[in-house]
Design a protein around this ligand. Structure first.
Ligand SMILES: Nc1ncnc2c1ncn2[C@@H]1O[C@H](COP(=O)(O)OP(=O)(O)OP(=O)(O)O)[C@@H](O)[C@H]1O
Ligand SMILES: [Mg+2]
Length: 243
């Protein structure tokens, strides 16, 4: 579904941020992107979305990312920003959710059917006619995810989806992620959430891929995590005494 072949990215001042990244993500995989602050996770997502230029080859379902097919590729990708405030720009959740499908040329009835379906799927029907400025941060995050899903992306990219959520909303986001049967890429410092949602983990440091493997293998590797400025997930710390 996604392929990076020797991908590099540098800012104009010459600072190289992504350094020769190569990996493939198959359809239906849920991949966690982990690494300390500044490792390059958000940059990788922005390159995949065509928001930043790159060297090397980026492919989304066999289409090579370039100016000519940027629109077509963007339609396959849904991106949930870390800051949901910047994502919701209409007065109400309903209007935000309708915007994408209407923009893609669907009728009002078709768009509304999608909105209702997604809200039901996420147990969020109660949010439908709420004002965006009158819902909590956690609800806004859920609404942002719902908004993206109305566009039926093939791949969903989420940058820090669990940040600043209380335990209940964090759990709702985790459940929503697990209920989604599409390809998912999740960048996060919340390794417990990664453990609960991802089949595979790509660990980055200083713009490079340091490890790429099964979630359990990488998140149990205390030495590897510590060498890259991370700690074992809480869930696995608790188990350490019993191993
Ligand atoms: N406009 C810019 N010019 C130069 N360097 C930049 C610019 N924007 C970001 N960077 C650098 O790019 C690197 C990668 O940043 P990125 O946001 O991808 O990291 P990240 O892994 O998402 O970190 P975090 O966990 O903090 O979100 C950082 O070292 C950052 O300082
Ligand atoms: Mg980031």
């Amino acid at each position: 579904m996604i392929k990076f072949e020797n991908v590099c990215f540098s800012y104009e001042n010459g600072t190289q941020i992504l350094k020769d990244l190569s990996f493939e993500i198959s359809e239906g995989e849920t991949v966690g992107l982990i690494g300390c602050n500044g490792a390059g996770k958000s940059t990788l997502m922005k390159v995949l979305l065509g928001l930043l230029p790159h060297e090397g080859i980026v492919k989304v379902s066999d289409l090579e990312l370039n100016k000519n097919n940027l629109e077509e590729i963007r339609r396959k990708l849904g991106f949930v920003l870390q800051d949901s405030d910047n994502q919701m720009f209409m007065p109400t959740v309903y209007e935000d959710m309708m915007f994408g499908p209407l923009n893609y040329g669907h009728t009002k009835e078709e768009a509304e059917a999608r909105v209702d379906e997604v809200l039901e799927q996420l147990n969020l029907t109660y949010l439908k006619h709420k004002y965006n400025h009158k819902i909590s941060g956690g609800e806004k995050r859920m609404a942002a995810i719902a908004t993206i899903l109305t566009m039926r992306p093939k791949v969903i990219l989420m940058d820090e989806p669990s940040t600043a959520l209380d335990p209940e909303n964090r759990r709702r986001v985790i459940n929503a992620i697990n209920d989604l049967n599409i390809t998912k890429i999740i960048a996060s410092h919340d390794l417990d959430m990664i453990l609960d949602t991802c089949d595979r983990v790509i660990l980055m440091h200083d713009g490079k891929i340091i490890a790429d493997g099964k979630t359990e293998d990488i998140l149990r590797d205390e030495k590897l995590l510590e060498a890259n400025h991370m700690e074992l997930p809480f869930k696995l710390q608790g188990l350490r005494e019993f191993i």
